[in-house]
Design a protein around this ligand. Structure first.
Ligand SMILES: [Ca+2]
Ligand SMILES: [Ca+2]
Ligand SMILES: [Ca+2]
Length: 334
């Protein structure tokens, strides 16, 4: 047998690399065992209307295909926070027909119960996915909804006329005197109190946006809406028994004040009503939805990238820092 002429220093480095590789594998497979959040889309009927039903970890959404708006937004406890009801002598007003999200183009588009929009998805039905995308169009109106485990985000591509983003619904199943909202300027208001004025953002959460959440008085949960920051008036009032909130809603009347495209609206549930706690959750939802500057890679892609990084590290072609970064990215995405 020939003697090993490899310098001792080389062997030390090779051993160190092997140990590091082993550590990364242990960390990687420990992380791989965690549950991956998923989103599924199916065709369904809600309130007698043809919808997409999108089920996520935090909410179940029913999206009216022809109306391009939500008939229902159901929380983990099975409670509907919209309660759109088209039955009865339509229009059934604030007890049903007026309700919905985003209700963006009055008598035109983006409202449950409206007709004429075409909504499509190219995602597989009934299959767990990391994200689901639905596109809706009607004439010049064009939007895309992306459904993630934590929220749903609409991007408005084009509009036929001025619009607003409304929440007309029932926090916690019904509006109560114990329900309230918090805005990103720190203002709290009971839901029987009217107010108007552009929402600023002094919260430090989801900067570059203006946001509001509607808290139920009994359940520690809130419905969140995040919109691009602007200087356009926003308004809330109670049209009992439903909320009327609008980004871009004039202080009185039905003047729709927004015209910008592209524009975004994010909606979702947060599992708190406390302002300090909500800020952290809202920031996380916003980062999740936007991941600024980079496209959102799928979890399987991140996992493959992580796996490749570990292999490269073991073969000596990847630096410690690189493979650590890949593991961290994968872990954060989960
Ligand atoms: Ca309530
Ligand atoms: Ca603003
Ligand atoms: Ca505004």
């Amino acid at each position: 047998m020939s003697p090993d002429l490899t310098p001792p220093r080389y062997n030390e480095e090779a051993m160190r690399a092997r140990i590091l590789g082993l550590v990364f594998f242990v960390v990687f497979f420990a992380l791989s065992g965690r549950v991956v959040a998923k989103v599924t889309i199916t065709d369904a009927t809600d309130e007698g209307i043809a919808c997409f039903k999108i089920v996520t970890d935090t909410a179940t959404y029913f999206y009216d295909k022809a109306g391009a708006g939500f008939t229902s937004m159901i929380d983990k406890a099975g409670t509907d926070w919209i309660n759109f009801r088209p039955q009865g002598a339509a229009p059934d007003g604030q007890s049903g027909w007026f309700r919905g999200i985003p209700n963006m183009g009055l008598n035109q588009f983006g409202h449950p119960g409206y007709t004429g929009a075409t909504s499509t998805t190219s995602d597989a039905k009934g299959v767990a996915l990391s994200k689901v995308t639905v596109k809706s169009t009607k004439g010049k109106w064009s939007v895309t909804w992306e459904f993630l485990p934590t929220c749903a985000m609409m991007t408005v591509h084009s509009v036929a006329e001025n619009y607003w983003f409304l929440y007309e619904g029932t926090p916690g199943g019904a509006v109560g005197s114990d329900d309230y909202s918090y805005r990103s300027n720190g203002s709290k208001a009971q839901l029987d109190k009217k107010w108007a004025g552009d929402i600023t953002n002094t919260s430090g959460a989801a900067s570059g946006t203006e946001w509001i959440y509607f808290a139920d008085g009994k359940v520690d949960r809130s419905l969140l809406m995040i919109h691009d920051d602007d200087s356009i008036v926003d308004q809330y009032y109670l049209m009992s028994p439903m909320t009327v909130f609008g980004f871009g809603r004039a202080a009185s009347g039905t003047g729709r004040q927004m015209s910008a495209t592209p524009a975004t609206l994010i909606i979702g549930f947060i599992e708190t009503r406390d302002y300090a706690t909500a800020k952290g959750q809202i920031d996380a939802v916003y980062k999740d939805a936007t991941n600024p500057g980079t496209p959102t890679p799928s979890l399987p892609d991140l996992r493959d990238d992580c796996d490749k990084g570990i292999r490269d590290h073991r073969s000596g072609s990847a630096a410690d820092g690189d493979v650590r970064a890949k593991v961290k990215t994968y872990r954060n995405a989960k």
